[in-house]
Design a binder for this molecule. Sequence first.
Ligand code: PLP
Length: 290
Amino acid sequence: MSRTEWILLNPGPANTSPAVKQALVTPDLCHREPEFFQVMRRCRERLVRLACGGGDWSAVLFTGSGTASVEAAVCSAVPPGRSLLVVDNGVYGDRMVRIARAHGIPAEVLSYDIWTPAAPADVARVLRAHPEVSHVAVVHHETTTGLLNPVAEIARVAEREGRRVFVDAMSSLFGEPLDVTAGSMDFVTASANKCLQGIPGISFVLARRGALEALKGQAPRSEMPGRRSWSSRRKAWSAASSAMPRTPACCGPAWGGSGSRSWWPWAHGPTSSPPSGSCRGSVTIRSTMP
Ligand SMILES: Cc1ncc(COP(=O)(O)O)c(C=O)c1O
């Protein structure tokens, strides 16, 4: 095996530490067994804790790249007969528009050029003009340009207008301050391989428990990774301790390791300790790269 250590200068996948690599080399684990459920449960709890979500929040994990979790959230969140307002000021805002259209979800688009962050007042104006909109979808960090949208302010504006918010925080969660509890933020998506510095192939949605409950009984738009699988996962997780309805790509260590070492960032050293106890507000995890 080559021992060359590359320094990856792309926004993701990020470099992984020796601890992350070592965590991959453990005995096989069956995803239908309690040992796996335990690993899953721990990963989900730690994600919520790291994001400072508190008891009102949960985490749903997906086998798939970041787009899988974005698609799951977009096609699950908007109820039949309602529509989505997408803030589009870059590649990933545009992707959410495409996802909505692919699933036949009506989408209003609030467009800016790629250098202009969304203005919360514009969001409020569009929401007032479109009562059919139930959710606002916005990218926190447009990775290709580095643009940051003021997602907390947008979530507060949306809350005042009685709407819920979905945030694609793929390249910012745990790298930029982000208060997931702000306003009416319900869903926040990211993947393992960016600021968490884990391996690619796993993405997740942080979700308000109430928002997950609201999915109950809604007709699915997709078998995988849509609403049906999402809600059945949630049911399975609470009933059968973090079982997954489908076969995950990684059966064990890649989901967090069964020992004390894992790919979660606080396993890497003191600069990235998880926040202790319950906390509210934003948290920034400093890079653990050498
Ligand atoms: C903001 C944002 N959203 C979504 C994605 C899509 O993630 P993936 O390429 O893992 O599907 C990326 C990828 O870089 C991203 O930066």
